[in-house]
Design a protein around this ligand. Structure first.
Ligand code: ZN
Length: 532
């Protein structure tokens, strides 16, 4: 309670010390309204610039990166932040795959893009795979749920697995309806490598992936990036890929299996890998280059300069890729020029306020779209110690579709940051609600996850009105049509920016460090990092 009272007092001090530009009005009962510090037009100008065709879709390692990071860095400098670039060494790979040849009962040749996508994380010029296909359920080994889909060896084989985690009715299993990390595509490939598989092909289903096939297809067209790996990826499976639902139905059928039966079978605890009575072969050629990509970091020093509250927003997007409707530039206006724009304006607002107790770090990270690489690199090579980092607030996709009385906390109930957000939101007449679609695993899909893995409590929210959000996901997400629209209603983004500003201010000035709530999977690593 003390903390709450103290931070409320600080808020009053700050709001009083600001020049009054409006006459005071009679106050209604309830908490005092939250002052607004975020400027809609500033945000729009930043989004328009960052998502312009000139920026070429902001892929790491090209002209788009040069222009975007310079724009953000110059802006940070112009408002007086201590600015630096953190070099993030990456390997850029352009893969060309042959069609995927299936041999067996019903031979066929799959067309790249329409029926499958494939790549290799082995950093070699060329990789050839020719191996038996085996269905491995969800491809999960989860000791805490007493679950193992690999009761028989799949060594040297190509596994076919379902996306997401086992959708069991039991709320104690795999987070119930919510997706756990076992449901993420990144996990599937990591586990395939641990099992010594020659490859993994994930079966795409829109409902369980959280996005349509075009997103899979678009996301793996063009140059792909990875960390520089000392072993050149030798321990990873040679083949990673996705196949469409239709292809999977066919593969099962030619082995005498029904797709629907396999969906049921995969939910059984005694599931064992099932032969698909066919082989697949493919050759993948890589053109590789090393790239020094960048995280752009601006710091507003606090009175205790070596303790930090960190904001992140990824500056990168997909670059230039496969054309859709004649447009090949994936501008990424909402994803995530909008989040960077909001962070930039929050930074500006901080420079106008009295100096906070702790330092505030504003970080535009690279290669989020490539598997959270920039934030992972930072979290593993922190410029500022993570044990001195109180909290991280990540902004990925601002709400440009109008005001919303509700803010959705992704990873609802994870941290005490959410309680601070709830107090702040109440002052805006808004409420914090749980995720509508926890099965989509959003908590694992943006940069707060890199910090969470290292124990830093992270806040990540969404506030697009549901209808608008669904429309955006279906029509624009990860497509060239994610473009700036001057008619956007920025009121929702202003509300969120105001709220994040205030949460960061309260944490920076507060007595109590934010914490993971009991029972959350990241609590132990935080306690270890703080030496508890
Ligand atoms: Zn994003």
């Amino acid at each position: 309670m003390r903390t709450l009272i103290l931070s409320t007092c600080l808020l009053v001090v700050f709001s009083c010390s600001k020049p009054a530009d409006k006459p005071a009005e009679a106050k209604p009962a309830g908490p005092p309204p939250l002052p607004s510090v975020i400027d809609a037009n500033n945000m729009k100008a930043h989004i328009q610039k960052l998502s312009s065709d000139e920026m070429e879709g902001r892929a790491p390692g090209g002209k788009g990166e040069e222009l975007a990071t310079a724009y953000i860095g110059d802006y940070f400098k112009s408002i007086g932040l201590k600015t630096q670039m953190q070099a993030v060494p990456l390997v850029g790979v352009v893969s060309t795959a042959t069609p995927l040849k299936i041999t067996g009962e019903k031979p066929r040749t799959l067309k790249y893009g329409d029926e499958f996508v494939a790549w290799t994380k082995q950093q070699k010029d060329s990789v050839s795979v020719d191996a038996d296909l085996v269905f491995a359920g969800y491809g999960v080994v989860a000791p805490e749920y007493n679950w193992n889909d690999f009761k028989d060896s799949v060594k040297g084989k190509i596994i076919v697995v379902f996306v997401n985690d086992p959708q069991l009715d039991d709320p104690k299993m795999f987070g119930g309806k919510a997706m756990t990390y076992y449901g993420r595509w990144t996990y599937k490939f990591e586990e395939a490598a641990r099992q010594g598989a020659a490859g993994a092909l994930i079966v795409h289903e829109t409902e369980f992936a959280g996005y349509p096939w075009e997103v899979v297809r678009g996301s793996w067209s063009g140059e792909q990036f990875d960390m520089v790996r000392p072993d050149k990826g030798a321990t990873l499976s040679p083949l990673n890929g996705w196949i469409t639902h239709e292809v999977a139905v066919d593969l099962f059928k030619s082995a005498g299996l029904e797709f629907a039966d396999m969906k049921k079978k995969a939910l059984e605890k005694d599931f064992k890998p099932i032969s698909l009575k066919s082989r697949a072969s493919i050759q993948i050629k890589n053109k590789m280059r090393t790239v020094n990509s960048k995280n752009v970091i601006g710091v507003l020093e606090g009175q205790i300069p070596d303790e930090y509250v960190v904001f992140t927003a990824h500056w990168d997007h997909l670059g230039i890729g496969e054309p859709q409707n004649g447009d090949k530039i994936y501008n990424g206006a909402v994803d995530n020029a909008s989040g960077v724009a909001m962070m930039m304006d929050i930074a500006r607002a901080f420079t106008k306020a009295p100096k906070p107790k702790r330092s505030i770090v504003f970080m535009a990270v690279t290669a989020e779209e490539q598997g959270l690489l920039g934030s992972q690199y930072y979290a593993e090579n922190p410029v500022f110690p993570l044990s001195k980092t109180l909290a991280e607030i990540n902004i990925d996709e601002a709400n440009v579709f109008g005001p919303n009385k509700q803010i959705t906390a992704i990873g609802y109930g994870y941290t005490t940051l959410e309680d601070t957000l709830r107090e702040v939101a109440a002052q805006q007449g808004r409420t914090v609600i749980p995720e509508e679609e926890p099965e989509k695993g959003f908590y694992y899909r943006s940069d707060q996850f890199s910090f969470a893995k290292q124990g830093v409590p992270g806040l990540y929210t969404k506030s697009m009105p549901l209808e608008a959000s669904r429309k955006y996901e279906a029509e624009r997400y990860h497509k060239p049509s994610d473009q700036f629209d001057p008619s956007w209603n920025m009121q929702g983004a202003v509300q969120d920016g105001d709220a994040f500003y205030e949460v960061a201010m309260r944490v920076a000035n507060g007595d109590k460090w934010p914490e993971w709530k009991p029972g959350t999977e990241f609590k132990a690593s935080r306690e270890k990092s703080l030496g508890k």
